[in-house]
Design a protein around this ligand. Sequence first.
Ligand code: HEC
Ligand code: HEC
Ligand code: HEC
Ligand code: HEC
Ligand code: HEC
Length: 444
Amino acid sequence: MKKVFVFSTLLLAFLFLGFKAGKSQKKAKYSDFETPQSCGQCHKEIYTEWKQTMMAQAYTHHWDEIEYFKLAVPHSERDEFFKEAVEGCNGCHTPIAYFVGDRNPKPPSSGTRANESVSCEVCHTISGFQGKEPFNFNYILNPGRIKYGPREGVKSPYHDTVKSDFIQKPEFCATCHNEKNPFGTWVKTTYFEWKEGPYSKEGVRCQDCHMWKGRGIPAVMSKEVADMRHHSFPGGHVMAKIRGAIELKVYSDRPEYEPGDEAKITVLLYNAKAGHKLPTGSVEDRQLWVEVHAIDSSGKRYILPVDRKGFKGEEYTITSNELAYQDLGEMLGIKDFKGLPRDDLEEGHRIYRIAFLDPKGRMTIAQWNTKTLGVDYRIGPRETKVETYTWKIPDDIAPGKVRIEVRVLYRLLVSSVAKFLKVPEDEYKTREINSATATFEIIE
Ligand code: HEC
Ligand code: HEC
Ligand code: HEC
Ligand code: HEC
Ligand code: HEC
């Protein structure tokens, strides 16, 4: 009885300390945390892998820097309502800076420790989270000698290691990969998508798909193991990860048509690889769409617009170049800003997304300025979306073979916004996830 009491008091004290630690910024200093380079002296392989990931650049890479410094910070200076949320960007993008109270860190060019982004010390000093659900950087950080890891009884000459069940759970990732903004809108739900989907039931975790297990040397003085967790964290920026993430099938309802006939083309898209919806995460930025074209025997190319299904909010799921993102004017201080082309794509194609809508109901790429969400038309884990294309075959089409070309394409950032904000082209180029073709004959 006594033991239980002591234990629960300790546990309470621990939770309380953890809670306080998470809330108070003044207690810890940068010097309480080690740099990733110092961990890298022994953990060479893991360091090299981590260095190339987006999480190692969460504070420094171009688009993050541009969105934070050109849009979010000025917006919060104009409108107090956003102040806390914009400081909070750092709670996930550069957690140590946030934790030690450096909540308006200097730009990456200043070379401060904020540049460390989501570093070794962040992930390996987290012991749990506060509250009921993991979201909005509610992890508990415990700087110090203890590094939490996945293995029992591991010895290091440099630090203590404690086996943590938490670091092996998706809830650990969810403390940053689930986000609610100041309007109370869920602007990132990767964890919820996973939880509701089939992979959570099968016990397939984020770590299993984003940190593969294989040969590696965990630290220079230790032996090679066959099952090291690689710190590769591939996501939307890695071609190898997105290639084939969607499987495709296309067919026509008949093998032959006459000019003037109506052809019905069916396209099936299957989310074969992702443990969450596609797209996920920064859904406000991402564009995932499917283009269908027909090419006749003379080489003439026709766009096939997708058939409407008629659900509420469908207009956001069909590519359009009407003007959007007018709220950029409020952030940049441009009066009567007319907006930018919404999709900057050929019109009439199906695009998989949730529209993020600002307080005036216009589409926005600013997740903090998102008051409501449009319809969720994304492809769930192992879900198949069926699109149809009813095509009235032109009377003057060339006889012979018609090829139907289907391409599933992905872009990390709406290109009109990217060009306007001078984001390097590499960060918004269109990449092909998959393609398929079908053919039929035109007979006279
Ligand atoms: C002087 C060398 C050295 C330095 C510096 C070092 N470590 Fe380690 N660390 C080790 C060794 C050795 C192991 C044991 C590896 C093994 O046998 O699996 C280890 C293990 C670990 C583990 C794994 C525990 C587990 O459950 O498998 C973690 C996590 C870890 N270190 C984090 C860090 C972090 C974070 C830093 C930087 C603050 C760091 N280490 C710096 C030598 C070092
Ligand atoms: C402390 C916060 C934090 C934790 C914990 C965290 N992440 Fe991240 N993660 C981020 C941030 C911030 C980014 C965005 C980086 C950027 O700016 O592009 C990111 C990006 C990623 C990406 C790259 C996405 C892309 O666009 O290419 C993957 C994959 C990823 N995280 C997986 C994970 C997994 C798996 C876990 C759990 C094992 C995890 N993360 C835990 C904050 C975190
Ligand atoms: C985004 C969070 C995150 C970051 C950043 C991160 N790690 Fe890890 N690390 C993990 C997780 C999660 C695991 C365990 C995965 C599992 O077993 O499910 C892990 C495992 C490890 C292990 C044990 C590997 C094994 O299989 O024996 C070591 C050692 C380690 N990390 C060191 C580091 C070092 C050093 C850095 C920085 C260069 C780093 N980690 C950065 C999340 C992170
Ligand atoms: C079954 C494997 C699988 C599981 C489980 C899984 N993912 Fe993914 N994830 C993928 C694939 C494949 C992609 C690449 C497609 C893409 O970028 O959307 C991806 C992409 C991502 C991205 C980048 C999205 C983008 O394009 O911006 C993030 C972030 C991410 N995953 C985080 C997570 C987190 C957090 C979890 C756990 C809650 C998780 N993943 C579980 C397979 C998986
Ligand atoms: C709860 C944690 C969290 C908060 C708070 C947060 N982010 Fe993020 N952010 C992430 C994660 C995780 C990703 C990666 C999602 C993905 O790759 O799809 C991300 C992605 C991004 C990206 C896209 C990066 C890319 O590689 O394309 C930008 C830009 C960004 N965040 C800026 C911000 C700004 C500005 C704020 C504050 C207004 C903010 N974030 C607040 C977790 C967070």
